[in-house]
Ligand binder design. Structure first.
Ligand code: EZ4
Ligand code: CO
Length: 402
């Protein structure tokens, strides 16, 4: 079998998605997600201008060799653009492999290690009362794990609180919107949210929270300590993690489980966090971290150090990435949880898929390959629209982390 052709599709069914399609000379094709929120066209160009010409004529079953060719062969390594492009190729090749062997991709990764993939949904409100109501709605939909975010009194806007509750989408059309931030106000308010949630929903529900990189280690330590009575499933992205050693400080002070890594791209972004057991869940995803070929190695390393997976699964990961994530999640022993923000009906129409949600779990389905398709005709009617994630400033105007 040989790669005959490959093409990048950019579409915008309400938000932008970049999709790679690879065709073989045997009539089989595979799909890969290459979406990098707010920087979509850079990955599209990386693929079209620099990667696709090198793929034509290669044997698509050589997923390991092609991965190494694109990673080592580029000379310039790592980073979100490079690793998303490599991921898209890798996903498409695993999709082809599954279709050629007439089996779902999870069977090529070791088979099913569990009956379903535990997911968490996003509940967010302008205030604690509204967030409690939103959590109740997710509970009614069958979710067993829910991430809770709330507006902070005195801040006009904050991360995770949006207009559309079911289809929260952080990127906005036009130039980057600006949020504001106060660590002091935030640290005083968040424990009150989780106190209210435990009071209302008891101890069984898994509760999660995303700090979105807005604290420094000693502040994260204080937050982790103050949330201990409410036994979170995890505290996510408590600090930025370019400095992996920073997590030593948080770890020293709190037993609240820590998750990080949705912006990581390679094992070298997480090796200290893993080998020093500084985190409990790694949020790296198949699309931004070099595809299944790289992620399964990272999971194997993490397994040795008691670190479980907790893949990023926001709306900016297309259904192609979500499908690939589910095949990965169901197969590795040290799976933890999968984030699941629902795509809109418009997006699902462009990407018909075999995976489905029931009783708090996602199931990858039994279609050969990844079990997801791309409607080229519909996609062509929905051209790219410039959109950005917000930026974040402290109350005095200082540029801060989003
Ligand atoms: O900010 O997907 O846990 N989920 C998140 C997301 C991310 C966006 C970035 O593109 O933090 O909302
Ligand atoms: Co997050």
């Amino acid at each position: 079998m040989k790669i005959r052709d490959a093409k990048v599709f950019v579409c915008c069914p309400g938000r932008n998605f970049v999709t790679l399609k690879i065709w073989t000379d045997q009539g089989i094709y595979g799909l890969g997600d290459a979406t990098l929120n707010g920087r979509e066209l850079a990955v599209a160009s990386y693929l079209s201008d620099h990667v696709i010409p090198c793929l034509i004529g290669r044997d698509p079953s050589q997923t390991e060799d092609i991965w190494q060719y694109l990673y080592r062969g580029a000379y310039w390594r790592r980073g979100p653009v490079t690793m998303s492009a490599i991921a898209a190729v890798d996903m498409a090749l695993w999709d082809i492999k599954g279709k050629a062997l007439n089996t779902p991709v999870y069977n090529l990764l070791g088979g099913k290690s569990r009956t379903g993939v535990l997911v968490y949904g996003h509940a967010n409100g302008q205030d604690i009362e509204q967030t409690v109501d939103e959590v109740a709605k997710y509970k009614e939909m069958g979710y067993l794990a829910i991430r809770a975010q709330t507006g902070i009194p005195g801040l006009p806007s904050t991360y995770g609180v949006a207009g559309d509750k079911l289809f929260y989408e952080p990127a906005e059309k036009g130039l980057p919107p600006e949020n504001s931030w106060s660590t002091e106000k935030y640290l005083l308010h968040v424990p009150k949210l989780f106190e209210a949630l435990r009071l209302k929903f008891g101890d069984d529900l898994h509760l999660l929270h995303d700090v979105h990189h807005r604290l420094i280690p000693i502040e994260a330590a204080r937050l982790g300590k103050s949330l201990e009575p409410h036994h979170l499933f995890w505290l996510e992205d408590a600090v930025t993690a370019e400095l992996q050693e920073g997590f030593r400080i948080i770890r020293k002070h709190t037993t609240t489980p820590l998750a990080v890594g949705e912006v990581f791209n390679a094992v070298w972004d997480a090796h200290i966090l893993i080998t020093e057991q500084l985190i409990d869940y790694l949020r790296m995803t198949v699309v931004h971290s070099g595809g299944l070929t790289h992620l399964k190695k990272i999971a194997a390393l993490a397994e040795i150090y008691h670190v479980r997976t907790g893949s990023h699964g926001a709306t900016d990961l297309s259904p192609v990435a979500m499908a690939a994530a589910l095949h990965f999640d169901i197969s590795v022993n040290n799976f933890g949880i999968q984030e699941y923000m629902r795509h809109t009906k418009e997006t699902d129409e462009v990407f018909p898929h075999a995976y489905s949600f029931a009783n708090g779990y996602l199931h990858p389905g039994d279609s050969p390959g990844l079990g997801v398709d791309y409607d080229e005709v519909l996609g062509a009617k929905l051209p790219y629209e410039r959109a950005y994630l917000p930026v974040n400033r402290k109350l005095d105007g200082t540029m801060f982390n989003w």
